[in-house]
Design a protein around this ligand. Structure first.
Ligand SMILES: Cc1cc2nc3c(=O)[nH]c(=O)nc-3n(C[C@H](O)[C@H](O)[C@H](O)COP(=O)(O)O)c2cc1C
Length: 282
């Protein structure tokens, strides 16, 4: 390869940036129990929402809206909806797991600084359903991409996010005056946290464990065997991840970065992301 072709901008991020991206992914947690009462600055929340708004979407439809819910009374009503839905879900859980299910902390609606309901406007691209005539549900998947962007950006900012899905959608729509053609996709509890747990809460509490990735990889067709070298590479990564942690290990992550970059530097790097439509309104 000619030398000038080896370091193109399209080759990927430098190592520090790459590690930061993976660090956000591997240390992101669904947070329910470790919220602190600290408020979240609007500047921080704005960055998280901007990250969400830069998610991919079918036909560039951007079907999302973000309802910011701060009012304590309204949140208590949402929590009531959760409690009702949890009781309704209980009989569907295997009998021997019901006691554990009852003990699980599955929301932080009132303890977090604020809640955000991420919705999908199913009619936003009415008349031009690019990419949705055969798969109309793609708008919902796009909205989930926005949620994931929000979640990862929040992790990088030291903000915890917990997704609450044990809520009856129609009741939530009534409570938040969401129109008929708009679907609530995610109800998120958002706030500063005392820690990000090293493992999923549901793993720590014995509800489930991460499935072995090699068993989920198939070759060419759904049941296709093969891809042995790839599976070995994955297994090798897993072994490394399971190795005892050294002093610089970042898998058990503090909520607040150990070394804060200077304010100017963090603003500079955010500005350099070419967010030309950052202030555009719909
Ligand atoms: C679509 C979706 C819905 C979820 N709903 C809930 C929920 O109602 N309550 C809850 O405690 N966690 C909920 N979670 C969080 C999962 O339990 C969590 O992601 C999983 O246990 C793995 O843990 P981690 O996110 O910390 O890696 C939800 C996650 C997703 C993606």
């Amino acid at each position: 390869m000619p030398e000038d072709m080896t370091a193109r901008a399209s080759d990927g991020f430098d190592q520090i940036a790459r590690e930061a991206v993976y660090r956000a992914m591997f240390t992101r947690r669904d947070v329910r129990s470790h919220f602190t009462p600290e408020a979240i600055d609007d500047e921080v929340l704005a960055r998280l929402l901007l990250a969400a708004h830069h998610a991919p979407s079918v036909g560039f439809m951007q079907p999302w809206n973000f309802i910011v819910i701060r009012d304590a009374n309204r949140r208590e009503k949402v929590r009531d909806l959760f409690l009702t839905a949890r009781e309704q879900e209980l009989p569907e859980i295997e009998e021997e797991r019901q006691a554990l299910y009852r003990k699980l902390k599955l929301e932080g609606i009132c303890e977090s600084a604020l809640n955000i309901c991420v919705t999908c406007d199913r009619e936003r691209s009415k008349g031009s359903p690019l990419g949705r005539s055969h798969n109309p549900e793609m708008d919902l998947y796009s909205t989930v991409c926005a949620v994931q962007n929000f979640w990862l950006a929040a992790r990088a900012e030291g903000v915890g996010v917990g997704w609450v899905s044990i809520i009856e959608a129609r009741a939530l729509k009534n409570l938040l005056s969401i129109p008929g053609h708009v679907t609530p996709v995610a109800y998120l509890c958002v706030g500063r946290v005392s820690q990000f747990a090293p493992k999923p809460d549901l793993e720590t509490q014995g509800w489930g464990r991460r499935l072995p990735l090699p068993e989920l990889i198939m070759s060419e067709t759904f049941h296709g065997q093969g891809e042995t070298p790839l599976k070995s590479a994955v297994a090798q990564l897993n072994r490394l991840a399971a190795a005892p942690a050294g002093p610089d290990d970042q898998r058990v992550a503090p909520a607040v970065p150990q070394r804060e970059p200077p304010k100017e530097a963090s603003a500079l790097s955010f500005n350099s992301l070419n967010l030309e439509d950052a202030s555009a309104s719909r």
